[in-house]
Write a protein that binds this ligand. Structure first.
Ligand code: FUB
Length: 326
């Protein structure tokens, strides 16, 4: 059967994934992972995602050409990082641009770092150390007009979230399934924390972002079609906070809604069906009153670790629910 795709890759000369999109000064800026070819065997820890730099992609409008601005940050420029520059995000404050990125430190533990630039396209100058108290992957920075900047993060399996217990990294036990809760236990939560005024540190203890069902019960670890896996994102629509995320091994992008940035968030449904490739990771961005979903699949390569970013229109129904992208 002939394959049909909903939209085309935004760039074709490099492999890109995990697109975090924002509008700065009237233009769209996308902060993706930069996938690279390698010979590392596939495993459930994502070792084959062996990226070592970031490029920033910009678009004057949703129908404009996507422009690659070259290397914005390389792992060799980050004193604390050894490998695996996974999904980043960025924000703007007082004319400066802040790139938040996860990478493994020299002990093999994922941490989250910040790098700063005077331009949204970089180059970004990294801080000497990761954010104190940071761990796991997939940072998403959210600017709440009402209350400041928040960082959402976390990912299970290769993202190591299950290995953090009581503030310590459990080094014993190998493999993605070590330390995961039992199916009848509450699912592991994404994390949320308010950032300091300079955006370089956490201003409070990291909190669990709890997703509850319609009866108010926290989702269980065995509820794999709804529980959080990775790829946090937050947007605000009609005064409500929408937390969207990947369910990982069941390949959905789902969302949950709250009245405040911390939650609890009530599960509300799926917004993107499974794409071609194992991973799915997205962002949601408003441009001149229209909403867009940025996502990835593997149309260009057919290989799970060589992805390409795409975008498509997204619509909210009158009741606040999101029209699923199939
Ligand atoms: O790109 C590496 C990892 O794959 C990301 O951090 C996850 O969200 C998944 O897309």
């Amino acid at each position: 059967m002939e394959k049909k795709y909903l939209s085309a890759p935004l760039v074709k000369h490099i492999y890109t994934a995990d697109p975090s999109a924002h509008v700065f000064d009237g233009k769209i800026y996308i902060y993706p992972s930069h996938d690279v070819e390698n010979d590392i065997p596939f495993d459930d820890l994502g070792s084959h995602f062996a990226m070592d730099d970031y490029h920033v992609i910009s678009m004057d409008s949703p129908i404009s050409e996507a422009v690659d601005h070259g290397v914005a940050l390389h792992v060799s420029d980050v004193p604390w990082a050894s490998q695996q520059m996974w999904a980043p995000d960025a924000t703007e404050k007082d004319g400066k641009f802040y790139l938040f990125f996860p990478a493994k430190d020299y002990d093999g533990i994922f941490r989250i770092g910040v790098a700063i630039s005077s331009s949204p396209t970089g180059p970004f100058r990294p801080e000497a150390k990761p954010i104190a108290g940071s761990f796991s992957i997939d940072p998403a920075v959210f600017k709440d007009p009402a209350s400041g900047y928040y960082l959402y993060f976390g990912g299970i399996w290769g993202g190591q979230l299950q290995r953090w217990r009581d503030g310590y990294f459990k080094s014993e036990g190998e493999g993605p399934f070590a330390h995961l809760p039992e199916p009848r236990e509450p699912a592991l939560c994404a994390k949320v924390v308010r950032l300091s005024d300079d955006l370089l540190s956490f201003s409070e203890d990291v909190r669990d972002l709890v997703i509850i069902d319609e009866e108010g019960n926290a989702l269980l670890a065995g509820d794999t079609e709804r529980r959080f896996f990775e790829a946090s994102w937050v947007h605000v629509f009609n005064g409500k906070y929408y937390f969207s995320y990947s369910t990982g091994d069941t390949h959905f992008i789902c969302y949950a809604i709250a009245d405040n940035p911390y939650g609890p968030f009530t599960y509300a449904g799926r917004l993107l069906d499974p794409v071609e490739g194992w991973t799915t990771h997205h962002s949601i961005c408003e441009f001149e009153g229209e909403w867009f979903l940025f996502y990835h699949d593997v149309e260009l390569s057919g290989e799970t670790h060589l992805r390409n970013i795409k975008m498509v229109k997204l619509s909210h129904h009158a009741d606040g629910s999101i029209h699923i992208v199939e």
